[in-house]
Design a protein around this ligand. Structure first.
Ligand SMILES: [Zn+2]
Length: 180
């Protein structure tokens, strides 16, 4: 899919910053429209329409191969976390195995984190995700553990359209699918 086709579909709006993309921008201009992969190719993302978004050259470059949607929300006050995408990708390859995704200061925060992580994982790769909080025995701290069965290939993220995967910090949180 070429940038122009993608631009028509996405309404000439950069999905990363939300600003307009100028159809007449010179080829090398930072505000030129480019094809961005939601799940980066380097992380197994496929070049299929569902995984493509229009982005400014500068926004695309700044983002590099990170998955901004997979940054843990700051209000969860995580004490320590792994990279969620790495955890997701590893679990998908080993159905039924369990991994610690993060450490949180209270059981409430850990439960909220578990819900967020499960919703996020479902939104990206599908499958029967399960997350739960467990006390560490040190103060109130709890870890969040994640597991999955029947997960889809992470190279084909289940991202329906531009309103679904949303960069944190811009606009509303996605009301992303519960597990199905
Ligand atoms: Zn932009």
């Amino acid at each position: 899919m070429k940038a122009e086709q993608l631009a028509e579909r996405d309404g000439w709006i950069c999905w990363l910053c939300g600003a307009a993309v100028d159809p007449d921008a010179p080829l090398d201009a930072p505000h030129r429209g480019t094809v961005d992969h939601v799940v980066p190719r380097s992380r197994g993302g496929a070049t299929v329409p569902e995984n493509l978004r229009l982005a400014h050259r500068r926004c695309n470059g700044r983002r590099a191969d990170t998955l901004p949607e997979l940054r843990w929300p700051t209000d969860l006050a995580a004490l320590d976390t792994g990279d969620l995408w790495t955890t997701i990708a590893r679990l998908v390859r080993r159905p039924g195995s369990v991994e610690i995704a993060g450490l949180f200061p209270t059981p409430e925060r850990a439960r909220a984190a578990s819900t967020w992580a499960v919703d996020t994982a479902c939104g990206f790769v599908g499958g029967e995700w399960r997350g739960w909080a467990e006390p560490t025995g040190v103060g109130d701290t709890h870890v969040v553990r994640l597991t999955v069965s029947g997960a889809a290939d992470p190279g084909r993220p289940k991202v329906a359209d531009g309103s679904d995967a949303r960069v944190r910090g811009r606009g509303r949180r996605s009301s992303r699918s519960r597990r199905r």
